[in-house]
Ligand binder design. Structure first.
Ligand code: ZN
Length: 158
């Protein structure tokens, strides 16, 4: 399996989020060439601030591997991690992260700042961004476009 293959699986998770009306972001955790956890953004459904795809996939991975340390794991996520998720990735000691679309509004893997490759922290991540960038960002753009159109429709019907 290549990074692109795994990102396809993360995209499939993102599409599950979209079906629930969630911002379509999906994540996969790979351990020793096996997918050990899959998750997608559930912030609206759960109404919890921390339920981003990466946080949920880290939780599931901890449970699966019975460790808070996710060494030898690669985390795949369709959107560049935010500050919270980048922080959790460091805390989980995840050695490698691959993301899809760049996030100029809250990306902390290079877009605004780079938490994952900062040598001042006690852990650094081998980082690869922009994998299936087009597919990942189109999914998000399509979602927000539809949301705006629905808002317009509901306004005009009043
Ligand atoms: Zn996040």
């Amino acid at each position: 399996m290549t990074d692109e293959d795994y990102m396809e699986l993360a995209l499939a998770e993102a599409m599950k989020a979209e079906q629930l009306g969630e911002v379509p972001i999906g994540a996969i955790l790979v351990y020793q060439d096996q997918v050990v956890a899959r998750a997608f953004n559930l912030r609206e459904t759960l109404q919890t601030t921390a339920s981003h795809a990466e946080m949920l996939v880290i939780d599931k991975g901890n449970e699966k591997i019975s460790s808070w340390r996710l060494e030898n794991c690669t985390l795949y996520v369709t959107l560049e991690p935010c500050p919270m998720c980048a922080g959790a990735i460091l805390q989980a000691r995840i050695p490698r992260v691959v993301f899809g679309a760049y996030d100029p509004k809250s990306g902390c893997a290079g877009s605004i700042i780079n938490i994952l490759e900062n040598h001042h922290f006690n852990h650094q991540v081998d980082l690869r961004g922009g994998v299936l960038n087009e597919a990942c960002s189109q999914l998000l753009k399509g979602f927000f476009k539809k949301l705006r159109e629905e808002k317009k429709l509901s306004k005009s019907s009043h």
